[in-house]
Write a protein that binds this ligand. Structure first.
Ligand code: KG4
Ligand code: ZN
Length: 333
């Protein structure tokens, strides 16, 4: 019954998980509140917060799993992609732990981990499986043939879907991260009230800079006519923005499913917490005969449990990293 320790520190969540025999026994997440006042993640502050959170977070994860340091057989950590200073804190901790205990080190790709978040709990997809990974930093359609055999079919050329939500929220005067707030207001609004221009991208590619500009010009125009336009129409604007972003995501997912013939389809990443996207996936799945998958809420956003699942499969294959491995802000996979 090998026990693995997993560390996630790519952005503004410090997380540690213990995985025993491929099962998640604990998943502790310390969210950094310090960034809210700046309207976005401040990399230097994130690194410092990881530094002070990492030891207590790991201690709590071990305690909750009822596993001692001596029982840990390997340590996995997020090697890429992410904020380099944040990644360095997790990598440094993982290396020190592995060296002190003379156990293997396992380097994990964060985007691969978001996809394998589907394999933490039942129901789990069967291979081949299509995953739309939507977070604050990435938007990808991934064809997953096996646990560690994945191919990125398409991705965004500019902003990520989460970034599009957050930037739209900022234009509306909402605090960071604005994605969840747009979701909340959108529930009470009319999604067909306003239309925004969308960029047409070839294949499975995405682009969110067009819709962002369209929202900006629309708000500037309307506010000239009525300075209170945003407050009077907030729920309808949020619902319309959300509908626009979701339709771009779903169009490409439908295309990928129809061209590959794959009917096991899921969403992952922080934006998969969006209630409109969840509903769209379910409804589209029912219409097209897909089996659909959405990880539990705590496994959608950044967490170490998903890092632990990738680490577990690498552990089974003996795919270990050298102690001189370095994190990378933008590693391809
Ligand atoms: O995966 P994640 O926690 O971190 C990254 O790796 O980026 O994703 C964070 C992103 C943020 O942009 C946040 O606004 C967005 O996910 N997000 C949402 C919702 N919950 C989180 N966007 C729309 N609706 C939500 N309910
Ligand atoms: Zn993420």
């Amino acid at each position: 019954m090998p026990a693995l320790l997993a560390i996630e520190s790519s952005c503004d969540e410090t997380s540690a998980a213990v995985v025993v025999d491929g099962m998640v026994k604990s998943n502790i997440i310390a969210t950094q509140k310090v960034h809210a006042q700046y309207g976005g993640v401040v990399p230097e502050l994130a690194s410092r917060a990881h530094m002070s959170h990492i030891v207590p977070v790991v201690d709590t994860a071990l305690k909750e799993a009822h596993v001692s340091r001596n029982e840990i057989a390997a340590v996995g950590f997020t090697q890429a992609p992410g904020l380099i200073g944040s990644l360095l804190v997790g990598a440094g901790f993982a290396k020190a732990f592995a060296q002190a205990r003379s156990i293997p080190l396992i380097a994990v790709h964060h985007m691969q981990a978001h996809v394998l978040a589907h394999f933490i709990e039942e129901p789990k997809p069967q291979f081949p499986f299509l995953c739309l990974t939507v977070s604050g930093g990435h938007t990808q359609i991934v064809l997953c043939r096996d646990f560690l055999d994945m191919e990125v079919l398409g991705e965004t050329a500019d902003d990520a879907a989460g970034e599009a939500f957050d930037k739209a929220a900022k234009m509306l005067g909402l605090p960071y991260p604005g994605g969840p707030l747009i979701d909340r207001y959108a529930r009470e609004g009319n999604p067909d009230k306003f239309q925004f221009a969308q960029a047409a991208m070839p294949g499975y590619g995405f682009s969110f800079s067009g819709i962002k500009t369209s929202i900006l010009y629309f708000l500037q125009r309307e506010q000239k006519r009525d300075p209170d336009f945003i407050s009077k129409n907030l729920v309808d604007i949020c619902a319309s923005v959300q509908k626009g972003i979701i339709s771009m995501l779903m169009d490409k997912l439908v295309l990928a499913a129809s061209e590959t013939g794959i009917q096991q389809v899921g969403i992952a990443g922080g934006v998969s917490a969006n209630s409109g996207l969840r509903k769209a996936l379910q409804e589209t799945g029912e219409r097209l005969g897909w089996q659909t998958f959405i990880p539990a809420f705590q496994y959608c956003a950044d967490n170490a449990a998903m890092i632990g699942i990738v680490a577990w499969h690498k552990f089974l294959q003996g795919d270990f990293a050298d102690l001189n491995v370095t994190p990378s802000a933008r590693a391809a996979w």
